[in-house]
Design a binder for this molecule. Structure first.
Ligand SMILES: Cc1cc2nc3c(=O)[nH]c(=O)nc-3n(C[C@H](O)[C@H](O)[C@H](O)COP(=O)(O)OP(=O)(O)OC[C@H]3O[C@@H](n4cnc5c(N)ncnc54)[C@H](O)[C@@H]3O)c2cc1C
Ligand code: FES
Length: 276
């Protein structure tokens, strides 16, 4: 309560959280479970937080956990530069700060009662994980739910335990572009496998991956008959404030990824905005 009032007065003040678990997902990727001290997130799948490490800085990460638990959040973080490398040294008991949740989430009501196709490549699956969990936990609210997850190497795959659980209620497949000979799953890029999926006019898609890959997935989905107003992309841009004040995250067309996104309908952004 006090934290929420402070945040209203000054949105730059972080709220306290404690790392309670660290899971190694792959060589480069870890998932932190954070316990929120005296506050709850009220997040909706697709939103992100700014994670603050004292003495290091802050950066945006999508919430990668169930909306039904608002006292904890999971963040899945791939090692890139100084902040994310420092994150990889965090241990249970360490204190961090959180601002947010921020951003426009997936419009859950617009996705329900539809065939839902979720396409993730690489660390993009972190931005979609809370949506996948939502679809699994509320399976009856959707028609078909399809997950197509692409990675390069088998070692890059994250959420291996969760994938086994999700497969019990949704149609999940993994494709590797650099698969070893013993790999039993799909091979190649996600776009190579769209033809085998049950995609129809009523299908709505949620996509996240690197900008170039996401662009080619979006083009392929349109070719497969999905309207641009039924394709939702989760974009990443360099950010500073996270609250629409600094213009660091502007995309062509004048939208801010932090407040107008990170989730956008493909029809509301210009062609260049994904791949910038
Ligand atoms: C809305 C949003 C959600 C995100 N969610 C996740 C997530 O769930 N998991 C995750 O691992 N990462 C996520 N990111 C990316 C994450 O914020 C960056 O990897 C992080 O800021 C890098 O910080 P750093 O100090 O370690 O690296 P830096 O030293 O700042 O950068 C290292 C490298 O990463 C690139 N980079 C840094 N920030 C970004 C960015 N925002 N977009 C694209 N490239 C970047 C830099 O150009 C550089 O090449 C998200 C970004 C946004 C905007
Ligand atoms: S990050 Fe400052 S305006 Fe978006």
């Amino acid at each position: 309560m006090i934290q929420e009032s402070l945040e209203k007065m000054n949105p730059y003040i972080p709220k306290p959280a404690t790392v309670i678990a660290v899971k190694n997902e792959s060589l480069e990727t870890k998932t932190l479970r954070l316990e929120l001290y005296n506050w709850r997130t009220d997040f909706v799948p697709g939103q992100f937080v700014q994670l603050l490490l004292p003495g290091v800085g802050e950066a945006p990460f999508c919430i990668a956990s169930s909306q039904s638990d608002q006292k904890h959040i999971d963040l899945t973080i791939i090692r890139r530069g100084i902040l994310t490398t420092s994150v990889h040294y965090l241990r249970p008991g360490d204190a961090v700060g959180i601002r947010g949740p921020f951003g426009k989430p997936f419009p859950l009501e617009a996705l329900e009662d539809r065939d839902l196709l979720i396409i993730a490549t690489g660390i993009g699956i972190a931005a979609l994980k809370s949506l996948i969990i939502y679809a699994v936990e509320n399976r009856k609210r959707f028609n078909n739910v399809m997950l197509l997850y692409g990675a390069r190497f088998i070692e890059d795959l994250v959420y291996r335990d969760e994938l086994k659980q999700w497969e019990k209620s949704i149609d999940a497949s993994i494709t590797l572009s650099k698969a070893p000979p013993e790999w039993q799953g799909l091979r190649g890029r996600v776009t190579d496998h769209l033809g085998a999926l049950n995609i129809g006019k009523g299908t709505v898609a949620a996509v996240c991956g690197s900008p170039t890959v996401m662009s080619s997935i979006a083009d392929a989905l349109v070719v497969h008959g999905i309207s641009t107003s039924d394709i939702y992309v989760s974009l990443e841009r360099h950010m500073k404030c996270g609250i629409g004040k600094c213009a660091r995250c502007l995309i062509p067309g004048g939208k801010h990824v932090c407040t107008d996104g990170p989730v956008f309908r493909l029809s509301e952004i210009s062609a260049g905005a994904i791949g910038e």
